[in-house]
Design a binder for this molecule. Structure first.
Ligand code: SF4
Ligand code: SF4
Length: 375
């Protein structure tokens, strides 16, 4: 019997390979987790053989380590180092290219046509991060056409987490670990006791059309229960929490002496902004070839931690590390609400793991709250 939206079916390993092949056959460029430089990153895959079988990551403040467990899990890691933003909003993008002619510069229409993206392995917090970016790039009359085109054409295969890293706090950010709305297919990987399979569910007509092409069978009540238990287990493993009143704490802490304490540790390296799946600051650069015949405009990711980013007509408005850290965390957790109607943090914990000095966004909010109370 063909599956319906919301009905749960079983895919085995060949079914996963068929899913990847089917998406590729439909013209998608399939992006999934792969192993690179002892880390999981998201890059193009050809088949399930490219997935990081048996890998499990271990993160703490300032620490990331990937172990090979020898277990059959393909999605046993928690998160890739960088989120899907890298593919939906690439770090460097050429905005236009122009060529000098006899009558001045002429814009060239030579942008490559990009294949639509299929994102395989999107976690709950990452789906929430994509939805945060949707709000940024289609907001009050401003639209970012490249992002919106990639986003509208994308096919999302979410995979629910069965365990959490020590840096995860999506449960307190209300973005996971259970995958919410917005996926085309949702998978739960079940492995152990001789089993290795996926419980799969379509969340859209597009997902249903793909699922109907795959070899599947109805899931049993035990298999459905095992899938439902996974996000509960991941939530129970999360010890970090974002304070409920983080936005209020930051709103009243603009002049807190605590910012100087953060600045004693913060290197203003910008790592936190580079790995954050919702940070969106960019700069624009114009370049020419040596002869001055070709001119190009490029947009590249930037960071509110760089000195140049806040340079305005003759001066830098955030010259100190304290003011740059304050800007980042206050925007992320407080003023983002005013601007976009929600928090800019989805609780993925990447900024904690990849901060070289282990600055922890959840701990800094707690410390600011303590400073406010005079402790
Ligand atoms: S908080 Fe950490 S990662 Fe972010 S700029 Fe400071 S030192 Fe770098
Ligand atoms: S601020 Fe940190 S925890 Fe929050 S979404 Fe960005 S990287 Fe993840």
């Amino acid at each position: 019997m063909a599956p319906n939206i919301g009905s749960k079916v079983i895919l085995d390993r060949s079914g996963l390979d068929r899913l990847i092949a089917d998406l590729r056959g439909r013209g998608y460029r399939v992006i999934g987790p792969v192993l690179a430089d002892s880390a999981v990153i998201y890059d193009e895959i050809q088949s399930a053989a490219d997935l990081p079988a048996g890998c499990r990551d271990d993160s703490e403040a300032g620490t990331y380590r990937l172990d090979q467990t020898g277990e059959p899990w393909l999605f046993g890691y928690t998160l890739g180092v960088q989120g899907w933003k890298r593919h939906l909003y690439p770090p460097r993008q050429r905005l236009f290219r122009a060529e000098r002619g006899e009558r001045g510069f002429r814009l060239l229409d030579d942008q490559e046509v990009e294949a639509p993206l299929a994102l395989l392995g999107v976690r709950a917090c990452e789906l929430a991060a994509i939805q945060v970016l949707d709000g940024v790039f289609d907001h009050e009359g401003f639209t970012e056409p490249g992002y919106l085109r990639r986003r509208q054409n994308a096919f999302i295969v979410a995979v629910e987490c069965g365990h959490a890293a020590a840096t995860c706090f999506c449960a307190s950010a209300d973005t996971g670990p259970a995958v919410g709305q917005g996926y085309d297919l949702r998978l739960n990987e079940i492995a152990g006791q001789g089993n290795w399979l996926f419980v799969a569910e379509a969340g859209s007509e597009k997902g249903l059309a793909v699922l109907a092409e795959l070899p599947s069978r109805p899931a049993s009540p035990d298999q459905i229960a095992a899938a439902a238990a996974q996000p509960q287990q991941a939530a129970s493993q999360q010890s970090r929490q974002l304070k409920d009143d983080a936005a209020r704490v930051l709103a009243v802490s603009t002049e807190s002496p605590y910012w100087d304490k953060v600045a004693e540790r913060c290197l203003t390296c910008g790592n936190c902004t580079m790995v954050c799946p919702t940070c969106f600051c960019t700069s624009v650069e114009d370049v020419t070839d040596l002869a001055g015949d070709i001119a190009e405009r490029w947009r590249r990711w930037d960071s509110c931690f760089t000195l140049d980013y806040s340079y305005i007509h003759g001066g830098n408005v955030r010259s100190k590390a304290a003011s740059r850290y304050r800007q980042w965390i206050t925007h992320k957790l407080a003023t983002w609400h005013h601007q976009f109607g929600r928090s800019g943090c989805v609780g993925c914990g990447r900024c904690i793991a990849w901060c070289p000095v282990g600055i922890d966004i959840t701990a800094e909010v707690r410390a600011l709250a303590d400073a406010e109370r005079g402790r």
